[in-house]
Every structure is written in structure tokens, then in C-alpha cells.
Design a protein around this ligand. Structure first.
Ligand code: ADP
Ligand code: MG
Length: 238
């Protein structure tokens, strides 16, 4: 159900073409990394998939469903941003259950679900705390928990680790990988960090100036870069 397919997607802001005829096929359950320099269109593409930006041309499919004209809330997608705005006045449990309460799920079902996801993320002991009582890494885990409890067809991550220090980044990166192994939700993960891309991506899409420069497995890109740009970008030290 969760395959993502972009076909000939283009988007301009005013006179500026930002996304140019982009086609990407992401298999169900695949962890796909979008990488490219700053300004290459990564966040815009993610927002397009999420339904937060309209497009000028092309089609977007999630599973068999054409979602091109659907609003964000109809797309069954959850997004984890770098600035993980948690509700400051709500506890961890309340933050994580908010979407389910809006959907009026039964209380007991919500409680069990939050307990299960909290255990998965090592947040069991923190459920009654407020965001200000958490470390940066813990907050990032709550942001992920909030996305997971919704059981979306697709997860989108926009540089989720960029506010964390190097040590924590490694740790949370490992946690995201473990999580994907465990629940296998189709994921699109944006980064400009080639180490992150090479270690996390099952498929990597290299963006350059709003176009797809190359798509492949980490090994494909490393062994057979199509261009000097890809070779330089993937091969360069972080
Ligand atoms: P990245 O995430 O790869 O750094 P972005 O998708 O944020 O790149 O931006 C791609 C290009 O689109 C940039 O040139 C940026 O200035 C432009 N852009 C992004 N959002 C808007 C907007 N709302 N209005 C005008 N230009 C935008
Ligand atoms: Mg960005």
C-alpha cells in the first residue's frame, strides 16, 4: 500500500523553477534517502509528497491511489521535521496521543498503543514528563513516536538529526534504522550528509538543482557514479 511514485513532477515558485520533471519510484517498505546540496529542492519535494505544496505538473501516487489532488490530511503520511515542535504544555503521553484523540479512538486502545510505541522507543519512563524536561534526543524520539502511533502508509523525514550533536546523531540514526527494520514503513529521508545517506538508504536519489541526477543503491552510486557531481558528492568526506 505504501509505495510512492512521482511521475514528471514540476513546481515553480513564481518565475523560479524549483522542481524539474522529477520521477522517482519508491518500493513499498523501502527506505529511500534524498540527498543533494542546500537549495537543490529536497525539502520542497518532501513537502510535495506530503501534500503541503501543490504542483504545476505531474502525478503522485501512494500505493495504487493517485493523491495528486488530495490535501495533506487525506494522504496517510506522517512527517518528522528537524524542528520537532512538541506541544510544550502537554506531557509526552499527551503529545503522542494527540492525533488519536482527535480521531476519537477508544481510550483503552490509545493507552495500549502509546505504551507499545513508548517501549519501542525507550520512552516508557518519560511518559508523564513535559518536553522541557527532556533532552534533545528524547524529544526527537517523542516526535517520532507521535508519527508512529498514527500508523501512516509513509514516513517523511526532513533532516531530523540536524539539531543534535554528533554523538546523539549517531545514536538516533541507529534508532531510526532499527525502527524501520521493525515496522518496515515506506520512508523518505532527506539529508545533505553523504555518510547518513550511504549508511541509511536502501535507495538513494541524488538531487541537483531541482532535478534527479542519479538514483541507485549506495553501492551503485559509489561504484558507478553517472557524473562528476555524484562522484564528488557521494565520495567527498562529510
Ligand atoms: P533544500 O531543502 O534542498 O535545501 P529547498 O527545497 O528548501 O531546498 O529549496 C529549493 C529552492 O526553492 C531554493 O532555491 C529555495 O530558495 C526555493 N524555495 C523554497 N521554498 C520556497 C517558497 N515558499 N517560495 C519561494 N522559493 C522557495
Ligand atoms: Mg531543506
Amino acid at each position: 500500500m505504501g509505495a510512492v511514485s512521482l511521475k514528471g513532477v514540476s513546481k515553480s515558485f513564481g518565475a523560479v523553477d524549483v522542481i524539474k520533471d522529477v520521477s522517482i519510484e519508491i518500493d513499498e517498505g523501502e527506505f529511500c534517502v534524498l540527498i543533494g546540496p542546500s537549495g537543490s529542492g529536497k525539502s520542497t519535494l518532501l513537502r510535495i509528497i506530503a501534500g503541503l505544496e501543490t504542483i504545476d505538473e505531474g502525478d503522485i501516487l501512494i500505493g495504487a491511489r493517485d493523491v495528486t489532488d488530495l490535501e495533506a490530511k487525506e494522504r496517510d503520511i506522517a512527517m518528522v521535521f528537524q524542528s520537532y515542535a512538541l506541544y510544550p504544555q502537554m506531557t509526552v503521553r499527551e503529545n503522542m496521543s494527540f492525533a488519536l484523540r482527535l480521531k476519537r479512538r477508544p481510550k483503552e486502545e490509545i493507552r495500549q498503543k502509546i505504551d507499545r510505541v513508548a517501549e519501542m522507543l525507550g520512552l516508557e519512563a518519560l511518559l508523564d514528563r513535559l518536553p522541557k524536561e527532556l533532552s534533545g534526543g528524547q524529544r526527537q524520539r517523542v516526535a517520532m513516536g507521535r508519527a508512529i502511533v498514527r500508523d501512516p502508509a509513509v514516513f517523511l523525514f526532513d533532516e531530523p538529526l540536524s539539531n543534535l550533536d554528533a554523538k546523539l546523531r549517531n545514536q538516533v540514526r541507529g534508532e531510526i534504522r532499527e525502527l524501520h527494520k521493525r515496522i518496515g514503513t515506506t520512508s523518505v529521508y532527506v539529508t545533505h550528509d553523504q555518510v547518513e545517506a550511504m549508511t541509511m538508504g536502501q535507495k538513494i536519489v541524488v538531487l541537483r538543482d531541482g532535478r534527479v541526477e542519479q538514483t541507485g543503491t549506495p553501492l551503485d552510486l559509489y561504484d558507478q557514479p553517472d557524473s562528476v557531481f555524484v562522484a564528488g558528492f557521494i565520495g567527498s568526506p562529510a
